[in-house]
Structures are given as structure tokens and as C-alpha cells.
Design a protein around this ligand. Structure first.
Ligand code: ADP
Length: 603
């Protein structure tokens, strides 16, 4: 029942996208269902004309009419099939686009959930089949079409055969059904091997293929001479893959032979019965000749109905995954009427965490426990702590990439979950540790959606210390970055990209700037320079920093030390040093390290 629901839902949706597609399809199915009648009636007429009085003219007329009908059928069906193909392509594209749009809207928290990734992969399989091409959307639709017209043909042909003798239909149906039942059992086993074993092996194989060919892995692969390990892994997986294919093909071919024999037996017995009936005068020669065709058509319509049904039912889990995914995306659309932020409210950045708890999906313990603090408008706060203490998670909550499990976060006194998300995203900006630079122009990278004048862009680039580098590029702000999309794209170093990412964040008119290890790729001297000018750079906006280098924290109004997901210490640099706790320990350790390294800057 659910299978039918999935299919009818798909056709309803397709009808909404293009109503004409359904009409075209209905006509195509009807024409194909009635097509065998052409052969039957005209063949009967031709043989009958010759049998009853050697009426050559009648036979020729019958032949011509049969030809004309066939010609009209072929032309019309060619046109209808062409339209069907074009419309299916268009509908497929629009469904894919809808899926992509929804995925982009998906909350970060949902996207990071491994269950969502699995659902997404399965939903995409119907559009981009990675393992079985026959599961492709177009092929599945084609199977629905074939199944419908074959089933209709079956009814039409059964009516014709019943007029001769009911045993014909009984024999054909009985043996045909047993044969096809065997075929479905074999096909199902083949699919199980494919779905359970081969897909998993295929996924691993593509991972190793990616390792071998993806440039971003190239350094590690070469440095750690992983080549042989990758090749061995691929060899053993390929052997298992081929073994799986052989195993399923063997099972399929044995049962397949039996199934074909049974189908052939049904056809043979029907021919014999027709011959007997003609011999004993039960039917005329014309009936015999035209019924031979009907028996053949019956057999092929039965086979097509069952085979198409099989493909559809195997593809159904993918179609269902598509609807499940789409429905789960629809469920994350926020309810209610969120608050719209005015420009002033966006540019004033006071944040308050009130007893915030957060736990990752599936995690046993809370990553953040009872976090409370206030960052007043214009204040610069630093967040320090060992790896895994929860700094990045706290930032993700602040940026509303995750929702707290308990407690509240306020923006200028308003619970952030009640603020329109698009407005909140305009109120805070961030430079992430794993920032990404687009393979597009410098200008687009800086002001992705809000075009800015070139003067302002140069000003911010200079402030971030990357202006001279961009000036030296052949097309300045219009220079393309990266080589994937543009052959003459420019490559920036890690540190230069980081400066560009900082410039991009500083360009936005927001109330708060968040910087998660923004200077990890910069040399200590450049970092020091950026931090000493930091107040000037953030220009009165509130700021939150995460840094492993304690020198950056000294420039902040206050520092918060996280440990095991809770706030351990809080205060200014001087206060925390005087306290002699965790911050003091980290600061002293780094100071000693930098002195030893002779870096010439403080930790
Ligand atoms: P920090 O930024 O201080 O290094 P994080 O906030 O990144 O720490 O991580 C805090 C803890 O949360 C770590 O123990 C980490 O393993 C865990 N964690 C981080 N991201 C995820 C995630 N997506 N799913 C599950 N646990 C996570």
C-alpha cells in the first residue's frame, strides 16, 4: 500500500509541475495498450479473405490498412515518447533542484547529524544512481509506464483469447505466473546481494578511488607512501565485488533458465491447443494465424508487467527515502512569527547566555554544562581552554548553528530562537578555523550577497593586511581564485586566504564578530600585528575570540576559561594571572615555549 502511495504521490507532484506530462503519458499508455489489436484484426481479415474465396483484393486492402495504422501508431508514438522524455527530464531537474534548495536550507545541526547524511544519500540515489543505473528516476518512470500498458494489453489480449477458449488463458496465465514468480524470487535474491553487500563494497571502493585521485589527499598519500596500501585495499574490495556479482549472477541464471523453460512450455501448449482446435474445426485458419500472435503478445505483456513491477518495487525504497528526506526537511521550517531585527538592533551586539546546556546527538554526556555569561555591546571577550573543552561548540550555539538543549541565549534581550534567522545571520559574523574561500573573484568572496563599493573593499583589505597582495594580482578585485573553475585562477597561500577570510568578516555591518582560531595560519609576528590593531579592526563591534595563543587574549576586555564544558575562570588578563589558576598556567607555559623558540613575541 505504501508503495502505491509513494508512486501516486510522485505522479501527483509531477502533475503539479507539468500537467501536460500526465496527458501525454495517458495517451502513450492507451496507444500501446491497444496496439496489438492492429495485428490481430487485420491479420484475421487478410487470412480470412484468402481462406474464404481467394479474395486477393480484400487481402491487399487489409494489408494496406494494417500498414497505415502501424505507420500512424509509429509516428504518434515516436512523438509522444519524445515529449515524454523531454518532460521527464525537465521534471527530474525541477525535483532535484527542490531537493538541493531544501538541503541548503537545512539547519547545520540537522546537516551534521549522521542520520540526515544517510537519508540524504539514499534520497539522492534515485536521481544520481551510484551503484545500479537501472534505478535511475527516468528508468523507474519508464517501468511504471510499461507496467501500466502491459497490464492493459493483458486484459485486451485475454478477452480475445477467451473468445477462442478459456483454457488458452488458463494455461498461459498459470505457467506464466509460476515462471515469473521464479523470476522474481531470483531477481529479489540478486537485489538483496546488491543492496546489502555490493552497495557497501562499492561505497568503500569509491572512498579509496577518491583517496587515490583527490588532490587534497595527495600530500598525505605521498608523504606516508599510502599508495600500496590503497592499491591493496582496492584490489581486495574489487575481488569481493566481483565475487558478489558472480554469486548473484549464478543464482539468477539457474532459476532464470527454469523460468524461461516454463514460459516456453506455456506458449508451446497454447500453440498446440490452437493447432488442435483448427484441426478439429473449432476455429478457422484466420483465427489460428491471428491467435498465434496474440499468444506471443500475451506472453510478452505478462513478462513485461512483472519485470517492470519488480524494478519499481526495488526502486521503491529509494523513492520512499526521497519523500522521507523531503518531509523531514519540511519539518524543520520554523513555526510562529519570528522577530525582525532593525538595523540598530543588528548592529548592537549584546549577548547573554543563561544556564545553557548542550549535548551532541547520540553523545552520552553534555558538551556544555550550565554556561552563563554576558558580553556587553562593544566588549571583546576571549575564550580559552584545552582542546575539546567546548569552545567551538559554544560559538556554534552563539551563531545559531545549534540550538541549546536547555537554557537560553539572548541578543539584546531577545531570545535568539525568536529572532528571524536571516536577520540574526546579518547581526553576527564569523571567521572559522576551517574557513572556506570560494573559487570565484576576490570581490565575490568579500561581499557575497551585499555588493560594496571598491573603495570600501580596498580599505578593508588593507586593514586585514592583504591589500598589496590583491593589488599585485592581474585583475585586482576581479581576479579569480583557485584553478578548478578558472584555468587562470590565482592561488593564495594559507595565511593570505586567512587574511581574506578576516577581511570578509570585518566587511559586514554586524553587531558581533566571532573569530575561531582566525590566525592559526599566520606567523606570530603578523598575528601580533593584527591583534594590536584589533580594537581598530572591529570598530566598536562586540567580539568573541578563540585562540590557542594567549597573546591574543591580552587584547580582550575579559577572558573566559572553559574546561570540560564548564566555565572554570573568568576575568581580565591581569586578574587571571593574579589568580594563578588554569589561565596563568597556560600563559606561563606558552611564554616559556616562545622564549625557547626565540620567536620574539609574547605567547
Ligand atoms: P574545542 O573547540 O574546545 O576544541 P569542541 O567544541 O570542538 O572543543 O568539542 C567539544 C567536545 O565535543 C569534544 O569532546 C568533541 O569530541 C565533541 N564534539 C565536537 N563536535 C562534535 C560532533 N559534531 N558530534 C559529537 N561530538 C562532537
Amino acid at each position: 500500500m505504501r508503495k502505491i502511495k509513494n508512486i501516486t504521490r510522485l505522479y501527483r507532484k509531477m502533475g503539479q509541475i507539468d500537467q501536460a506530462y500526465l496527458w501525454n503519458l495517458a495517451l502513450l499508455i492507451l496507444m500501446n495498450a491497444l496496439h496489438p489489436l492492429n495485428g490481430f484484426y487485420f491479420l484475421y481479415y487478410i487470412v480470412d479473405s484468402l481462406e474464404t474465396g481467394l479474395d486477393i483484393q480484400g487481402a491487399l486492402t487489409g494489408l494496406c490498412l494494417m500498414g497505415v495504422v502501424e505507420l500512424v501508431y509509429c509516428t504518434l508514438s515516436f512523438q509522444l515518447k519524445k515529449t515524454d522524455r523531454e518532460k521527464t527530464m525537465r521534471i527530474k531537474n525541477s525535483l532535484m533542484l527542490e531537493l538541493q534548495e531544501k538541503t541548503v536550507e537545512l539547519s547545520y545541526q540537522e546537516l551534521e547529524n549522521p542520520e540526515t547524511t544517510l537519508k540524504q544519500k539514499k534520497a539522492l540515489e534515485i536521481f544520481y544512481p551510484t551503484q545500479a543505473e537501472y534505478m535511475d528516476f527516468q528508468n523507474v518512470l519508464n517501468c511504471v509506464k510499461v507496467m501500466l500498458y502491459s497490464a492493459m494489453q493483458l486484459v485486451v489480449l485475454a478477452v480475445l483469447l477467451l473468445r477462442i477458449h478459456w483454457t488458452l488463458v488458463a494455461v498461459l496465465l498459470l505457467l506464466g505466473c509460476v515462471s515469473l514468480w521464479l523470476y522474481t524470487v531470483a531477481g529479489d535474491r540478486k537485489f538483496q546481494v546488491w543492496d546489502k553487500e555490493l552497495v557497501a563494497i562499492g561505497r568503500k571502493l569509491s572512498y579509496f578511488q577518491q583517496l587515490a585521485t583527490d588532490f587534497s589527499y595527495a600530500k598525505e598519500v605521498r608523504m606516508y607512501t599510502m599508495g600500496e596500501w590503497i592499491t591493496n585495499k582496492m584490489r581486495s574490495l574489487t575481488t569481493r565485488y566481483l565475487g558478489g556479482i558472480r554469486k548473484s549472477a549464478l543464482q539468477f541464471s539457474l532459476i532464470g533458465i527454469l523460468s524461461t523453460l516454463l514460459m516456453g512450455l506455456g506458449t508451446g501448449l497454447s500453440f498446440l491447443e490452437l493447432g488442435w482446435l483448427t484441426w478439429t474445426g473449432g476455429i478457422r485458419t484466420a483465427g489460428f494465424a491471428s491467435c498465434l500472435n496474440v499468444v506471443r503478445n500475451f506472453e510478452s505483456a505478462l513478462t513485461q508487467t512483472v519485470k517492470s513491477y519488480m524494478t519499481i518495487s526495488q526502486a521503491m525504497s529509494y523513492l520512499q527515502a526521497y519523500w522521507l528526506y523531503m518531509d523531514s526537511l519540511a519539518a524543520v521550517v520554523p513555526q510562529g512569527c519570528p522577530k525582525i531585527l532593525s538595523r540598530d538592533e543588528r548592529e548592537k551586539g549584546e549577548v547573554c547566555f543563561e544556564h545553557v546546556f548542550f549535548k551532541y546527538p547520540g553523545a552520552a554526556d553534555y558538551t556544555l554544562k550550565d554556561i552563563s555569561f554576558v558580553i556587553r555591546a562593544g566588549e571583546r571577550a576571549a575564550l580559552v581552554g584545552e582542546n575539546g573543552s567546548g569552545k567551538t561548540t559554544l560559538i556554534k550555539l552563539l551563531l545559531r548553528l545549534y540550538e541549546p538543549e536547555r537554557g537560553k541565549i539572548y541578543w539584546n534581550g531577545t531570545d535568539i530562537s525568536n529572532i528571524r534567522l536571516s536577520d540574526y545571520r546579518k547581526a553576527v559574523t564569523a571567521v572559522f578555523q576551517d574557513f572556506k574561500i570560494l573559487e570565484d573573484t576576490v570581490k565575490r568572496n568579500l561581499s557575497f550577497q551585499q555588493p560594496q563599493g571598491d573603495g570600501r573593499l580596498w580599505e578593508i583589505l588593507d586593514e586585514a593586511g592583504i591589500g598589496d597582495k590583491i593589488r599585485s594580482l592581474p585583475d585586482g578585485l576581479d581576479s579569480y581564485l583557485g584553478k578548478t573553475m578558472h584555468d587562470n585562477g590565482q592561488e593564495l597561500s594559507g595565511g593570505e586566504k586567512q587574511k581574506l577570510a578576516i577581511a570578509r568578516a570585518l566587511l559586514r555591518e554586524v553587531g558581533m564578530v566571532v573569530m575561531d582560531e582566525p590566525t592559526a595560519m599566520l606567523s606570530p609576528n603578523v598575528e601580533y600585528e593584527i591583534y594590536t590593531r584589533f580594537a581598530e579592526l572591529v570598530k566598536g563591534r562586540s567580539a568573541v575570540y578563540i585562540s590557542h595563543r594567549m597573546s591574543s587574549c591580552r587584547f580582550c576586555d575579559w577572558i573566559m576559561v572553559l574546561a570540560g564544558g564548564t566555565i572554570q575562570e573568568r576575568g581580565s588578563h591581569e586578574e587571571l594571572m593574579a589568580l594563578g589558576g588554569e589561565y596563568c598556567r597556560m600563559y606561563t607555559a606558552q611564554a616559556a615555549f616562545y622564549r625557547e623558540m626565540g620567536e620574539g613575541v609574547e605567547p
